[in-house]
Design a protein around this ligand. Structure first.
Ligand code: PAF
Length: 278
């Protein structure tokens, strides 16, 4: 596995590279969810192609007061993880931004609600770093998890609107046996909080069940989800919403393509998840 730690070296690598490259952008603290992204990347790159993983804890996407400083950075474990997973290129830049940077990439519509409303500037940070990664590593395709559904939608829109010649591949969420979606942030949870966290998935499943039974009032379905999440220990709902999966607009009544999305603080840890309802 080749390791590159500077933007100049990334450009030099791309100039010499032949064959298809598929990128898995990450912030490290790699887990089974990332392993699935790497597996899908390999499927698309083929054995002769390149699977590239980037690891960069991007300060631009952490709003003030969030967990940038404490975000886990297990560098040597991540390196071994990539090696064992058959990754060809590990890009872990030491420096991504100029101190006097003045150019940002912003998606203005899909970013407005859901996590964008609670985390101002977050998606601008994501789009800016992902656009830079695309320019630095010039992948033919790139893989993102559907757990961060809004992020995936925003990146697809950025790629479409800015004509990046890159295929975006969404990968279904990987879950623990009790339904908790895998996330690097799960390691912040205390034992009690970890026991409470599957309430997010249980709430979404309950809503899906009611929807399948014919309930189509979104406000009723959201109330039910709240009833499931609220009693969970140390849970504080940030948002629970049902949106159109294409344009992320809130729905009043269920129709095809409806998606439930939620963000819940369990203790200090903000967990997000989503599930297709129709
Ligand atoms: O999903 C993530 O880990 C990050 O938001 C990403 C896409 C790597 C950008 O920093």
């Amino acid at each position: 596995m080749k390791i590159i730690e500077s933007t100049d070296a990334a450009h030099a690598h791309v100039r010499r590279r032949t064959g298809k490259s598929v990128l898995v952008p990450t912030m490290g603290a790699l887990h089974r969810g990332h392993l699935e992204l790497i597996r899908v990347a390999r499927e698309h790159a083929g054995n002769a192609g390149e699977v590239a993983v980037s690891i960069f804890v991007n300060p631009l996407q952490f709003e003030p007061g969030s967990d940038f400083e404490k975000y886990p950075r297990p560098e040597s474990a991540d390196e071994k993880f990539c090696e064992d997973a058959g990754v060809n290129l590990l890009f872990r830049p030491r420096q991504m931004y100029f101190d006097d940077r003045s150019v940002y990439v912003e998606e203005t519509r899909l970013s407005a609600g859901l996590c964008g409303a609670s985390r101002p500037g977050h998606f601008q940070g994501v789009c800016t770093v992902v656009a830079k990664l695309f320019n630095l590593l010039a992948p033919a395709a790139t893989v993102f998890g559907e757990k961060d559904y809004q992020q995936l939608a925003v990146i697809r829109r950025m790629v479409r609107d800015l004509n990046f010649p890159i295929e975006i591949i969404g990968v279904p969420t990987v879950r623990e046996a009790d339904g908790l979606a895998l996330s690097s942030r799960n390691q912040y949870l205390s034992a009690d909080e970890r026991a409470a966290a599957p309430a997010l998935y249980q709430a979404m499943l309950r809503v899906k069940e009611l929807a399948a039974g014919g309930e189509n009032s979104v406000s009723k379905l959201i109330d039910v989800a709240k009833e499931v999440v609220s009693p969970a220990k140390r849970a504080r709902i940030d948002y629970i919403t049902i949106v159109d999966a294409e344009n992320l607009e809130p729905l009043e009544n269920l129709r095809p393509n409806a998606l439930i999305a939620l963000a819940v603080f369990v203790g200090e840890t903000r967990l997000i998840d989503n599930l297709r309802l129709t």
